[in-house]
Ligand binder design. Structure first.
Ligand SMILES: [Zn+2]
Length: 89
C-alpha cells in the first residue's frame, strides 16, 4: 500500500450564485414598437413593466409597444407554465 496522494475531494467548484443583475436562465422576450421602429429584448418577468413604461413615457400611455406578436403565444405558455397554470389538477 504505497499509493497515497489520491485526494478525491468532491469538487464543489460550481457556485451558481444568482446575484441580481443578470437575467440568468430567465427567458427573454422581444418587445416591438412599430412607431419607434425598435425591438428590445427584455427578461420575461419585466416585460409587462417595460412595455407599460415605454408606452407611458413615449406614447402618452397608448399601447403602441407590445410583445412581438409572433411570440406572444409562446410567452403566454411560458407564463402559464411559470405560474403552474398548465398543470390541470
Ligand atoms: Zn415606442
Amino acid at each position: 500500500m504505497a499509493t497515497d496522494g489520491d485526494t478525491t475531494d468532491t469538487g464543489d467548484g460550481e457556485g451558481d450564485d444568482n446575484h441580481a443583475g443578470d437575467a440568468g436562465d430567465e427567458p427573454s422576450v422581444p418587445i416591438v414598437c412599430t412607431e419607434c421602429d425598435t425591438r428590445t429584448r427584455v427578461p420575461l418577468s419585466k416585460v409587462g413593466d417595460l412595455v407599460d413604461r415605454h408606452n407611458d413615457t413615449r406614447h402618452d400611455g397608448e399601447s403602441v409597444a407590445q410583445v412581438d406578436p409572433a411570440l406572444a403565444d409562446r410567452i403566454a405558455d411560458l407564463v402559464a407554465e411559470d405560474m403552474g397554470l398548465l398543470e390541470g389538477e
